[in-house]
Design a protein around this ligand. Structure first.
Ligand SMILES: [Zn+2]
Length: 415
């Protein structure tokens, strides 16, 4: 962790500032802490492999004891949930190699790690909408000079969308150590990862951020009222120009896969106490992104449209530029590298290559099949065109495929 993160980090329980406990084992430089123990007025928390673990679940307590005993290697295994020594050795080797891909690293974590669909996240319909919303709001309220936090952001796929927009690098907060560790290494390099529990008060100072977002996770949070209160607190700045974004949360009135414990549209709205939020049905936002090229946050969806939509996006902001029409910008240069979307199988076909849309399984097809609205079933291209990939900028001949998301800006060493 960066030492500068102490400016915004607070104990989730006493609200106090934290500092490194110098008398206990630690490894640090002038600017960063690799391993150590942080103390406030009430608790101590471990920093494991550069990631502060700001909760008191049993694995965090075990890891803290291992750090105190001078065994950061064991503390990391504990936080990864690697209990079997052979499995842990194998993972340590993959992680240390520095050449392993995201996919290989996820596979080394084992079948219990929820990695399956993350490989395909950058072109799934939920992501495509969320990315457009995050970038539109991020450009408006952050402007490259203010900070964002992605709460329950998992392995950082959307945090990545904030990298150029958040002034100090965005904070990625999630309960799962392995996910934020993967994000820092692969998906959102440069982000500041923090482990914390979304069902507890958040370990950050009031007004530390101008954008607090939580996408595709809020329906799994039990303490919803506290969570929204915390999101409002995190963006409670003197100029009141921040935004709270709850993206892709399920709707109690319309069933969807991985339903969670959703609320009704008005139930969600009632959680906000500082500022009345606006709710959007995801179908309208999806059509904006896929068909119109403009994300229209000035619209007011009807009660009926909200009730019928399986997923909602909720935005609260005092910034006058948020509830407007936002042209969708597609970067010509990559954050990582332009590569073929991993959903495409490549088959030789004479002088050509046939790219065929291939879902990993039926469950994926059922949950994310709407990607067929922009991903063609089959494309035939000149065989040598793919030789230009990976590329830092979209080659002209592949511009149309990039527009259709057959070619994607993916993290380096992704698969
Ligand atoms: Zn405390």
């Amino acid at each position: 962790m960066r030492v500068s993160t102490f400016d915004i980090l607070r104990c989730p329980y006493c609200g106090g500032r934290l500092d490194l406990v110098e008398s206990l084992f630690n490894r640090r430089t002038a600017d960063s802490i690799e391993d150590g123990v942080l103390g406030c007025q009430c608790c101590i928390f471990p920093v494991v492999d550069g990631i502060p673990v700001m909760h008191l679940q049993p694995m965090a307590t075990t890891a803290r004891e291992q750090i105190e005993a001078g065994r950061p290697d064991l503390a990391r295994r504990t936080m990864f949930g690697l209990e079997d020594a052979q499995h842990a050795d194998r993972f340590d080797r993959v992680a240390a190699a520095g050449t392993a891909t995201y996919r290989e690293t996820v596979e080394a974590l084992g079948p219990n790690f929820e990695g399956g669909y993350f490989l395909y996240r950058f072109s799934d319909p939920t992501f495509v909408v969320a990315q457009a919303v995050v970038q539109a709001i991020g450009r408006t309220v952050l402007g490259g000079a203010r900070r964002a936090i992605d709460v329950c952001g998992g392995s950082g796929h959307l945090t990545r969308s904030l990298l150029g927009l958040s002034g100090p690098p965005p904070v990625l907060a999630d309960l799962y150590f392995a996910k934020v560790w993967l994000a820092r290494r692969f998906t959102a390099p440069g982000c500041e990862p923090v482990c914390c529990d979304g069902n507890a008060p958040m370990p950050f100072a009031r007004g530390a951020f101008h954008l607090a977002m939580c996408v595709d996770a809020f329906m799994y949070i039990w303490t919803k009222r506290q969570f929204v209160g915390e999101m409002e607190r995190l963006v409670d700045t003197a100029d009141a120009s921040g935004a709270v974004l709850i993206g892709h949360t399920h709707n109690e009135r319309t069933w969807s896969p991985s339903h969670g414990q959703p609320l009704t549209p008005e139930g969600y709205a009632a959680l906000f106490e500082r500022r009345q939020p606006r709710l959007f049905g995801e179908a309208g936002l999806f059509a904006d992104v896929v068909d119109r090229g403009v994300l229209d946050l000035s619209r007011r969806d009807s009660t009926d449209a909200l009730d019928r939509d399986p997923a909602l996006t909720i935005v609260a902001s005092g910034h006058p530029g948020v509830f407007a029409r936002h042209p969708i910008e597609r970067a010509a240069t990559a954050t990582g590298e332009f590569r073929l979307n991993p959903l495409y199988a490549v088959e030789p076909d004479g002088e050509h290559l046939r790219l065929r849309l291939t879902f990993p399984d039926d469950d994926y097809a059922q949950e994310y099949g709407a990607c067929r609205r922009y991903l063609p079933d089959e494309v035939s291209i000149d065989a040598q065109l793919l030789d230009a990939l990976p590329a830092a900028a979209v080659p002209d001949a592949l511009a149309e495929l990039a527009r259709r998301r057959v070619v994607l800006d993916l993290p380096a060493r992704y698969y």
